[in-house]
Design a protein around this ligand. Structure first.
Ligand code: SF4
Length: 286
């Protein structure tokens, strides 16, 4: 087993040092995944998805603290040591699960890195992606490999290169305004939207942009990332990034903040129409 320490001041600073645990833990309507490998679940965006959680099984670790996160709030402090699964442990659990699914002739459409926080913060993320590619080839060659990420670790070359190897490199961009991102995504540590957009452009199209649309108020501030001003600016960034696809969606489950409202399917379709108008593929999920 390998242990790690997380340094909140520097999201890139996961260092070998401490932590571990695992089950499905309800938390005020939100929830944590209690296993390294979870599902398969039916994902509204991806199909039959076998999940991989590279974060602890008893708490959340993320470089964002989104007010809509279905895992609940990101802790300010940890009262006990945080344990991430080791590369070997992930490989072994994944192989066991894929073997079981192959035996039952129920292979997944997609193997998805998601779970209790930001998967690219795991210090062995790149090696784990290599192992997963190998397992996929051996047991489930038709399955896609997807990573759901908040784009805060793209400055790490090994993370960037690993993401280029997966089929669905899905990166979050919830607004073109840093002020809106600071309100709804709550970045921990350093965050510079211009740099993130530059990194997303560097994928040269081998990236999918995911955007959560929602309205509400938080800390006394009203917000709505579907206004014309928001969509005009966001669409300009999307065009600059030139992704292979855009995934847009809204709140579907309980959120830690109780002052949020989902947007209607008609609103999502109105945004989707503008994306399609730019010749970019879009997937809408309610
Ligand atoms: S980036 Fe994802 S895991 Fe992290 S707080 Fe936001 S929704 Fe939750």
């Amino acid at each position: 087993m390998v242990y790690f320490r997380f340094d909140w001041e520097d999201p890139s600073g996961l260092k070998p040092s401490i932590l571990l645990v695992l089950h499905f833990l309800p938390l005020m309507g939100t929830f944590l995944f209690d296993k390294i490998i979870f599902g398969p679940v039916i994902s509204r965006r991806l199909g039959v998805s076998l999940g991989i959680n590279l974060l602890p099984v008893d708490t959340k670790v993320c470089s964002f603290d989104c007010i809509y996160c279905e895992c609940g709030w990101t802790p300010d402090k940890y009262t006990k040591k945080v344990v991430l699964p080791s590369r070997d442990e992930v490989k072994q659990r994944l192989e066991e699960k894929l073997q079981e699914m192959a035996d039952n002739n129920q292979l997944p459409d997609v193997i998805t890195f998601a779970g209790n926080g930001e998967p690219t913060m795991h210090p062995e993320f790149a090696g784990i992606i290599d192992d997963t590619l190998e397992m996929r080839s051996r047991y489930s060659p038709s399955a896609r490999i997807a990573v759901l990420s908040n784009a805060t670790m793209l400055h790490k070359e090994e993370v960037f290169r690993a993401l280029l190897k997966v089929d669905d490199n899905i990166q979050k961009l919830d607004s073109a305004f840093e002020e809106t991102i600071r309100l709804i995504d709550n970045p921990r540590g350093r965050f510079n939207l211009g740099k993130v957009v530059g990194q997303l452009e560097s994928f040269k199209g081998k990236v999918i942009i995911q955007t959560m649309f929602l309205r509400g108020s938080w800390k006394g501030v009203d917000f709505d990332n579907t206004t014309d001003q928001e969509i005009d600016a966001w669409l300009e960034l999307v065009k600059k990034i030139a992704p292979s696809q855009v995934m847009i969606y809204t709140i579907a489950r309980d959120t830690p903040a109780d002052t949020l409202r989902k947007v209607s399917f008609d609103d999502l379709e109105r945004i989707a129409k503008r994306i399609r108008g730019e010749g970019i593929a879009v997937q809408v999920s309610e």
